[in-house]
Design a protein around this ligand. Structure first.
Ligand SMILES: C[S@@+](CC[C@H](N)C(=O)[O-])C[C@H]1O[C@@H](n2cnc3c(N)ncnc32)[C@H](O)[C@@H]1O
Length: 85
């Protein structure tokens, strides 16, 4: 089986260059919400996360971090082929 490999160094919340249902497999290692080493990275994508963390509102920060990941998962779902078809 042949495979095609292409590196796109970009924000995975918007994969508009990739056609829908064109990818066979996604392997991902996302940043982990509420692990301190990723706080700044999440905060750069949504400053409200840093505000929530500085106010001690962990649940809000957690949800906002997952909103970022949800955008990534939505794009992953869009570009993946439906193997049932
Ligand atoms: C847990 S690390 C994975 C590291 C990688 N597996 C490695 O071995 O180097 C999460 C990575 O996701 C990247 N990242 C965070 N938000 C992203 C986004 N919106 N789009 C693309 N990459 C993102 C981070 O910069 C970080 O490099």
């Amino acid at each position: 089986m042949n495979s095609i490999h292409k590196i796109l160094y970009q924000d995975s919340r918007n994969l508009e260059d990739i056609p829908s249902e064109s990818i066979d497999l996604i392997v991902t290692s996302p940043p982990y919400p509420m692990i301190e080493m990723w706080d700044e990275m999440f905060g750069n994508q949504n400053p409200d996360i840093l505000k929530a963390l500085s106010c001690g509102d962990g649940p809000l920060a957690f949800n906002l971090m997952h909103e970022i990941l949800n955008s990534v998962w939505n794009e992953a779902f869009r570009v993946l082929k439906n193997q049932n078809q």
